[in-house]
Write a protein that binds this ligand. Structure first.
Ligand code: NDP
Length: 284
């Protein structure tokens, strides 16, 4: 399993990051969510993913509070909504996100999904933010192969650092052509919802069967760890599972210890077939 990914400019990051969608929504869960994020960072996680959309800023505010004592150890990611993708609105959104998180810079700023604003305008706005030192890298999210081709027409190789897409055992469509196309352009793929949002995926018997053959430093392997290890088997793939508790976070970090065998992969292929033709990019 690859343990790091490399951005086009040579920046190396641990392949396991964390997501924060729905964090900050509940005052009763807040302390545990902050503890979970700090536990992750204290145990080597660098990438923390949020978005202006999440809880209308509540996730960013919680992330800001969580990382305040350890900002320099974090590779902070936020996203601008497509409705805010004009030159003027990108500049405003970025500054609002920075304010929410009490920081002077974002390490990575993504266009959340493609909207109606011409890509060239958004790319130019990202370049301006880079020039101003407000963002270090920029990228996109939910971009399919044809969107990436359009993006190439208004940006150079190495400019777009990341494409964040839905990727899990349940959603393998990107294996058909998008993963290879992104890799060829040195774009790191960031897998969102890698453990199926903690839903039906984890109850699938195939995951239970594979998990039963493995153990980690945290004890018997779990279906969520198998799902995560399976996503991270891909080269230059970063995964950002969300864990609102230290218990879940600890298990997710230990998923890096799992080495899936040929037999495991064959059983998972039998339960979750790889794509045989182009499928439109799935989104949540
Ligand atoms: P995930 O696949 O990360 O699943 C999160 C759910 O799984 C939570 O309910 C969590 O519960 C539970 N969970 C976490 N760890 C374990 C474990 N070890 N065992 C059992 N259950 C577990 O779904 P998300 O949709 O949150 O995706 C991850 C991140 O990706 C988001 O948080 C967000 O940052 C990003 N994202 C980006 C999108 C985009 O359009 N660009 C769209 C969707 C997500 P608990 O919280 O109680 O620990």
């Amino acid at each position: 399993m690859a343990t790091t990914v490399t951005l086009p400019d040579g920046t190396v990051l641990p392949a396991l990051g964390v997501g924060t969608w729905n964090m900050g929504d509940s005052t009763t869960r807040k302390e545990e969510e902050i503890a979970s994020l700090r536990y992750a960072i204290d145990h080597g996680v660098q990438v923390v993913d949020t978005a202006e959309m999440y809880g209308n800023g509540r996730s960013e505010i919680l992330v800001g509070e969580a990382i305040a004592p350890m900002r320099k150890r974090v590779f902070l990611v936020s996203k601008v909504l497509p409705t805010n993708a004009t030159a003027k609105a990108v500049a405003q959104s970025c500054r609002r996100s920075l304010k929410h998180m009490g920081t002077d810079w974002l390490d990575l700023y993504l266009l959340h999904w493609r909207g109606h604003v011409p890509l060239a305008e958004t790319v130019e706005a990202f370049r301006t933010l880079q020039h101003e030192g407000l963002i270090r890298h920029w990228g996109v999210s939910n971009f399919d192969t044809d969107d990436m081709q359009d993006l190439q027409r208004c940006s150079g190789v190495g400019e777009c650092a990341v494409n964040q897409v839905l990727y899990s055992l349940e959603h393998r469509g990107v294996e058909y052509d998008l993963l290879a196309a992104d890799q060829q352009r040195q774009v790191v793929t960031m897998a969102y919802s890698p453990i199926g949002q903690g839903g039906a995926l984890l109850a699938n018997p195939a995951l239970g069967q594979v998990a039963a053959r493995h153990a980690t430093s945290q004890g018997k392997a779990t279906p969520a760890q198998v799902a995560l290890a399976w996503v991270l088997r891909q080269p230059n793939m970063l995964a950002i599972p969300k864990a609102g508790t230290v218990g879940h976070m600890r298990l997710n970090l230990a998923a890096g210890e799992l080495a899936l065998t040929e037999q495991d992969l064959a059983e998972l292929d039998a339960a979750f077939a790889p794509p045989v033709r182009k499928e439109a990019l799935a989104m949540i």
